[in-house]
Write a protein that binds this ligand. Sequence first.
Ligand code: COA
Length: 321
Amino acid sequence: MNIHIAGFGAGLPEQKVTNHELPKSIDTTDEWIVSHTGISSRYVASKNESSGSLATKAAQEALKMSGVKPEEVGMVIVATSTPDYNVFPSCACLVQHHIGAVNAGAFDLLAACSGFVYAMQVARSMMLLDPRPVVVVGTDVMTRTVDWTDRNTCVLFGDGAGAVVLKADKRPGGILQSVLRSDGGGERVLYCDGGYRHPKPENMTPGFLHMDGKKVFNFAVKACEEVIRDLAQKQGLSLDQITWVVPHQANFRILDAAARRLGIDMSRFYMNISELANTSSATVPLALAQMSREGRFKSGDYIALVGFGAGLTWGGVLVQM
Ligand code: COA
């Protein structure tokens, strides 16, 4: 039994904010942001939009494309760091209800920007025991975690959701390999404060994102390179045989550096950071949905999906279309 992607979907907020439209109080320029990150704009959720609502939109689109009926879905897995509720209920339960997946289980998975690739491997493993279709979503509203007075972080992120529907099938290909890694020694390299480590309310903090940009940058270049090499090696492929790399979109320069180290031409890295910025768990499935709409996949193509982020976490899955 092989696990194939049968449908793709995207859920973006209505409002797009270009670098020129950022609040004037932020001491930055379009030139700085583009040259240091590759980002020109991002989507920002309105007060009526959330991880849950964007995920529902993406999951509905993916289900429609797959031809799977909501009642046939066996599991809904939502990778997110910014669920609608703090702790519970899970975002996945909200999505399961709104898409009408009345026979499905549902749970959230937290692996920050690696969440979607983790969720793909978790779904694949579960489907070997219960082959019903699984909806896998990556969704985040990162613009609600940043301090909008901190130019080092607030310009980097955007909001959005992407989804796939996985179906078990005898056809060869589908998800072939995975690499999942973590190093909690990097807990303070990239983190959101708040949480339950300390008693409340004295130490209650607002949940802002904190980042050591240079450390994250160096980690990300190495992680991206390592994941692509490991996926290719596990499958017995040369790097030339990988048709597309669909990486987490954090910074154009991170991916450019990884591509150079691998000797892979940057034209084989699918990039949409310019328009969408870093949407955390959503970057990879949003890119997949866009690539599917643009007709970029051919049957037999090898696609390496790569994530890296807070935890630290990193990983990837190799998919044959
Ligand atoms: N506009 C203008 N100037 C800015 C700025 C902005 N939005 N953000 C930072 N700067 C300034 C800094 O304050 C610093 O000024 P100083 O030299 O006077 O102190 C200067 O730009 C250069 O900072 P530097 O750290 O050298 O920039 P950089 O080239 O390393 O780029 C990042 C900074 C954050 C873009 C880069 O380190 C990065 O992308 N890191 C990874 C972040 C990431 O991907 N996080 C999520 C991972 S999932």
